[in-house]
Design a protein around this ligand. Structure first.
Ligand code: HMG
Ligand code: MG
Length: 307
């Protein structure tokens, strides 16, 4: 039986969505999306990434997005940084929260950031130290926790050990990530049996991609472990340019619909997020995959019924 989690926290990740769209979305449209998400009640928004523009051109204008943004008080606007150069760029934009991104499998780590896991942890140790000295909070992602597109199974003991090493750097939470959307509720339970024996729920977030349609079921399984922070992207935008076959993050609207139905308060207005997702569609050139948004879209386009 589910013990109640009363309040849910839903970081909104336009970054994860936009980094993987074939179309490079105009800076003004990105700004409008972020502002609309804040207006909808989002209090944690990952705006972009200060990564190499050569590797991820979709994120090349992150500094311009921050510069053009009207920041709302009470909202945490964050960005990915892969190294000290990224941190410097974030600091120049007045960013007060950054995220580092390690992986639980060596091949993915090399392909994503061109470093071994140990090398990346050394880099992130430096980033965390500098960031904290500058008053910048640091989140960490741990990719491929449920499986790697190149190596297959990933041992949960490794996930647990790396989570501990990231928390030891002083990151405020580790987003345990299903990069390729392969997790199912049975696996979520077996991973969380191990992680929750070692870490508090507020030290962990879950980051599901919805490639196989199991993301919502995974959230439901994680709620049994008192996890209350779940990443999502508006409309289900997303993927990872270095994970072949990875599709979007769990859609914010689908997550909000389920959490609301379970009586879990998030403070985010589903109608406003849906409007923001529909507004970005012309800029990305295709319909977003969220089931909730699809329902709203088809209702809007439906014929009038007889009285
Ligand atoms: P590299 O080529 O090994 O690095 O890239 P380098 O240090 O030799 O630098 C090469 C060039 O990049 C140099 O420029 C650097 O100055 C420049 P050049 O001399 O050739 O003109 N450079 C930078 N430029 C701007 N900002 C920087 C920066 N750093 C170096 N911060 C590097 C290594 C890590 C930089 C590169 O591989 C990279 O940027 N990777 C990012 C990959 C990425 O963004 N992946 C997607 C995000 S992760 C994700 O989506 C997963 C997640 O959602 C969770 C999940 O689902 O699992 C978070
Ligand atoms: Mg991701």
């Amino acid at each position: 039986m589910l013990k109640p989690v009363e309040k849910g926290y839903v970081p909104l990740l336009p970054r994860d969505g936009l980094q993987n769209e074939a179309t490079v979305v105009a800076t003004a449209a990105k700004i409008a999306l972020v502002e609309a998400l804040a207006d909808a009640g989002g209090t944690r928004i990952e705006v972009g990434a200060f990564v190499s523009p050569k590797w991820v051109p979709q994120m090349a204008d992150t500094a311009e997005v921050f510069a053009g943004l009207t920041r709302k008080s009470g909202v945490r606007y964050s960005a990915l940084v892969p190294n000290l150069k990224g941190l410097e760029r974030a600091r120049d934009c007045g960013v007060t929260e950054v995220a580092v991104f390690a992986a639980a499998s060596e091949t993915f780590s090399k392909k994503n950031i061109n470093q071994t896991i140990d090398e990346s942890l050394a880099t992130y140790g430096d980033v965390a130290r500098e960031a904290h000295a500058a008053g910048i909070n640091v989140r960490a992602y741990l990719s491929t926790c449920f499986g790697c597109p190149f190596e297959g199974d990933v041992p949960v003991e490794r996930v647990s050990g790396l989570t501990a090493r990231l928390l030891d750097m002083g990151v405020f939470e580790v987003a345990v990530s299903d990069t390729i959307g392969i997790a199912h509720p049975g696996q979520v339970r077996s991973v969380l049996d191990v992680l929750r024996a070692r870490f508090r729920p507020d030290q962990l977030a879950l980051h599901f991609h919805d490639t196989r349609g199991t993301a919502l079921a995974n959230v439901l399984a994680a709620l049994e472990y008192q996890i209350h922070t779940f990443d999502s992207s508006p409309g289900g935008l997303g993927g990872c340019p270095y994970a072949p076959g990875a599709t979007g993050n769990l859609a914010t609207e689908d997550l909000l619909y389920m959490l609301d139905g379970l009586g879990i308060e998030t403070g985010i207005d589903i109608a406003k997020v849906t409007a923001a997702s529909l507004a970005i569609e012309p800029a990305i050139g295709h319909a977003l995959p969220s089931r909730y948004v699809t329902a709203v879209r088809s209702r809007a386009g439906s014929r009038p019924t007889r009285a």
